[in-house]
Design a protein around this ligand. Sequence first.
Ligand SMILES: Cc1cc2nc3c(=O)[nH]c(=O)nc-3n(C[C@H](O)[C@H](O)[C@H](O)COP(=O)(O)OP(=O)(O)OC[C@H]3O[C@@H](n4cnc5c(N)ncnc54)[C@H](O)[C@@H]3O)c2cc1C
Length: 368
Amino acid sequence: MQRKVNVVGAGNAGLMAAKTIARYGIDVTIYDQKRKPGYPIRASGIVSANGLSRLGVNCSKALTNSLSGARIHAGNSVLEVKAKAPVAKVLDRGILNEICMGEAASEGASIVVGKRLSAAEIIAMSKNDIIIGADGAVSEVAKAFHMGAVKRYVLTYRVEYNTEPQDIESVDIYLNNSISPGLFSWVCPNGKDVLEVGIGVSSSHGNSKRAFDRFVSHYGITKIISGAKIISEGASIIPIGLRQRIVDDRNQVLLAGDAAGQTKATTGGGIVFGSQGGIMAGEAVADHIIHGSKLSSYESKFRRKNRLDLAMHSMISRAYGSLGEREIGMVISMLNKAGIGKVLGDYGDMDRPTEIIKRFILRRKIVS
Ligand SMILES: Cc1cc2nc3c(=O)[nH]c(=O)nc-3n(C[C@H](O)[C@H](O)[C@H](O)COP(=O)(O)OP(=O)(O)OC[C@H]3O[C@@H](n4cnc5c(N)ncnc54)[C@H](O)[C@@H]3O)c2cc1C
């Protein structure tokens, strides 16, 4: 018998899952509580150029600018990364969502907006249909099916200012565990007349808006944004670390994206990992409906494919978390001298630290 699939959440993960399933001619409906999914924009849109190409989405209309450089500030040191070609893209998240919605719909997925599904409704749906929970960091689906916790949460605050960035090709990252414990702060050009300033702090350290205010005054960002009009601002949350279970075979429930904790522990980036999770969940569901394979193959495949990189992100993040401002500055200065800036500039795929480390070691061997 033909099965139906319900996807909860029309963010990038849910839309990629639905698009993948619809391509097989399977009946799939996506529900989102918002009338206009993707808005208001609460997150930034930096993705590595390599990662973006792996998604298979035509994002050109969402592109605001390209990044070929980064300045990583730590203590008294600044690590400058400058690539010959753009290594990352900045996307307008609202437009990206619209593009992904259009692609899912044109493959035949039905989209129901302005409908928040309660835990009771989701459990009732699961009696007959397969459920994909792509409902973000605070997942109702994960809660309804007791799928365990993610490792930790980061609280964010970001503001977009209407002002011309001094350098449209570079992002500034500030590593300072007394100001942004658990993540970092950033200043990023979002197009030629928009500057985004943001911060992420571990949820155990509390208020992200207070941390944001401390950041802008500590680093003199106040001067850069003085007099600039605020376009948008707000707090949000990022889950860090895969959830304990991302498939419930018995109830036929899968999680993807932030709901599954598919983000990088170093940066909180989840567009590429989460979309990839959505695609893999979609493939597993299609395979299950067409060939009777187990849904749990999704969890093992996702963990296998990303195990090393996720572990590496987690290791780097833990090591960073244990250092004071002066020590981070010393590490950055050492890496600077060892030529990591060049390796990052030449390769620069932030999603794959294993590849960066491999290239760094190879370069050291060639140089010595
Ligand atoms: C400040 C900030 C900056 C970031 N910067 C970057 C970055 O530069 N690069 C990057 O790669 N990642 C970044 N991220 C992470 C990235 O935004 C997320 O990983 C990604 O958006 C997750 O997508 P998703 O589809 O899993 O979830 P979401 O985009 O959160 O979508 C979930 C959807 O589910 C809907 N929903 C929730 N509950 C229900 C319900 N019960 N019923 C119906 N609908 C429901 C919501 O309305 C929402 O539309 C950032 C995040 C933040 C907060």
